[in-house]
Design a binder for this molecule. Structure first.
Ligand SMILES: [Zn+2]
Length: 219
């Protein structure tokens, strides 16, 4: 567990990087993706935070390395609310989409969870004093989203799997991807929290990271 900036943490890596925002309010703790292990998320108890205060989980897309722990989270925290984009909702909510979730790659049996709210377009989700800007960034998957939050005047971007990979089983679309990456570049984020490659700052490193993958994955 590592503090990134005030009230924003990198919980660590379990399948994917899992991030956490402490809203310091009755809205509790907000997870960005769940990763693959509940035990791993429970470790936040050793860092002056309480696992039972996790009340929300925003899923950036439907891949198993980001969503596998959801069913166990729901079992441990029945009131937790899950959020994702509507275009990735079917593989998250229904069984049998092992190619779209990549469960077949990982040899994992995914247990579906119901979403409490689906995003249909870009919007702002306000939880406590934090505005979570939900940005639809299709490409890797149709319902991939990125999330932007401000802390101490800095724009923190959660951009999971901006690097890809891209394939037909995921319904990837490189044309959409190009437009999505341009959308993210236009945000001029100060800090990028990526799904598998760590945390990038300041703003020119964020730009460089996004531009590199955008260039490598032309349609
Ligand atoms: Zn993915």
């Amino acid at each position: 567990m590592k503090k990134i900036i005030k009230n924003i943490y990198h919980v660590g890596d379990s399948g994917c990087s899992v991030f956490l925002v402490d809203t310091q309010s009755e809205y509790g703790l907000v997870l960005i993706d769940a990763g693959m292990s509940l035990d791993f998320i429970r470790q936040i108890d050793s860092y002056n935070m309480r696992f039972k205060d996790i009340k929300h989980c925003i899923l950036t897309h439907c891949h198993i390395d980001h969503i596998d722990a959801c069913a166990a989270l729901k079992g441990a925290l029945p009131k937790i609310r899950f959020y994702a984009h509507e275009l990735d909702s079917v593989p998250i909510e229904e069984p049998g989409h092992d190619e779209r979730t990549a469960a077949s790659w990982y040899g994992v049996k995914y247990k579906p969870v119901k979403l409490d709210r689906k995003f249909y377009s870009d919007m702002t989700l306000t939880l406590g004093g934090y505005d979570f800007q939900i940005i639809h960034t299709p490409g890797h998957t149709p319902g991939s989203i990125s999330v932007l939050v401000e802390s101490e005047g800095k724009k923190v971007l959660f951009g999971q799997d901006l690097h890809g990979p891209f394939n037909d089983g995921f319904l990837s679309d490189l044309e959409d991807y190009q437009a999505s990456m341009q959308k993210l570049l236009d945000l001029k984020a100060d800090i990028l929290c990526e799904g598998h490659y760590g945390i990038f700052e300041p703003a020119d490193k964020v730009r460089e990271y996004i531009e590199t993958y955008k260039r490598q994955n032309q349609h």
